[in-house]
Design a protein around this ligand. Structure first.
Ligand code: P6P
Length: 279
């Protein structure tokens, strides 16, 4: 169109978010799923910037062409470097140090869901006025649920505890509302948003293809964990709290278990019980 090079939507989204953060003056560096290294910001408007932003500009982008909901995930930290452009060290902070985190889901409606550590609020875009309006105040994740989200295609390569938990979800037991429903659409923001509202559990464990897990700690797992914990849910790597993990690499991967308290208690019980069997 007018000779402009057509960009893939995830590259376009990345460029747009970077431009907006640079123009805002509050951010001194960006880490993005789309960029190997950090993007230091060195400008007059950002010379007093106190924050860094980590983001996955368009998570689940493989679903764009089949019109499945996708999302943007972001995480905000106070800088630890003193001044000037942000540094790599500004991003090597535990998830517990986040000052804010959120996602935007592009689905049947566009929603911004975020926390600053005082609960979770959801805002829905009203296209007629071009504003996000508070539609889901004080979001609370149900303590239990009947939905489990996992790519069962990797079943043969899952840790034993995950296999046992999947079988638990599939057993007939009316007293505990089982069998649960399996809901997995390959777009984490969409699966997790649904589970946040209805209750459920999302698991991306280690597999042989992803021995450290597939999802990234900095700009997927930590922000999603912050949101889910603030909404009353639980987020671990199968054994310990996601937000207490040490981070040493920008694109560090981790297994992710994230969901309703009761479902997480049960699944962690299986992970602990069959820990040795997975070695
Ligand atoms: P798989 C998207 O690439 C993503 O990071 C998550 O949003 C999604 O849940 C998962 O990976 C899908 O991965 O291996 O099941 O296709």
């Amino acid at each position: 169109m007018q000779g402009e090079r057509v960009k893939k939507l995830d590259v376009f989204a990345n460029d747009q978010f970077i431009a907006a953060l640079k123009a805002g003056g509050e951010c001194c560096a960006i880490a993005s799923e789309e960029n190997e290294d950090i993007i230091p910001i060195d400008s007059e408007i950002s010379k007093n910037a106190r924050y860094v932003v980590a983001m996955d500009p368009l998570d689940g982008s493989s679903n764009i062409d089949v019109n499945v909901s996708i999302g943007t995930i972001f995480s905000i930290y106070r800088r630890v470097s003193l001044n000037g452009p942000g540094t790599h060290e500004d991003f090597m902070q535990r998830g517990t140090e986040q000052v804010a985190a959120g996602y935007i889901i592009y689905g049947s409606s566009a929603m911004l869901v975020y926390t600053t550590g005082k609960g979770v609020n959801g805002f829905t875009l009203d296209p007629s006025i071009g504003e996000f309006c508070l539609s889901h105040p004080n979001m609370q994740m149900p303590k239990d649920g009947k939905t489990y989200s996992i790519n069962e295609g990797n079943y043969l390569h899952f840790p034993e505890g995950v296999k046992k938990y999947i079988k638990y979800c599939q057993e007939e037991d009316k007293a505990t509302n089982r069998p649960y429903s399996s809901r997995y659409i390959g777009s984490g923001v969409a699966d997790i948003h649904r589970n946040l509202i209805t209750g459920g559990i999302y698991i991306y464990p280690t597999t042989t293809k992803s021995p450290k897990g597939k999802l990234r700690l900095l700009y997927e797992c930590n922000p999603l964990a912050f949101i889910i914990e603030q909404a009353g849910g639980v987020a671990t790597d199968g054994y310990k709290r996601i937000m207490e993990q040490d981070i040493t690499e920008l694109h560090q991967r981790t297994p992710l278990f994230l969901g309703s308290t009761e479902m997480m208690k049960t699944s962690m019980g299986f992970m602990e019980k069959f820990k040795e069997a997975s070695v």
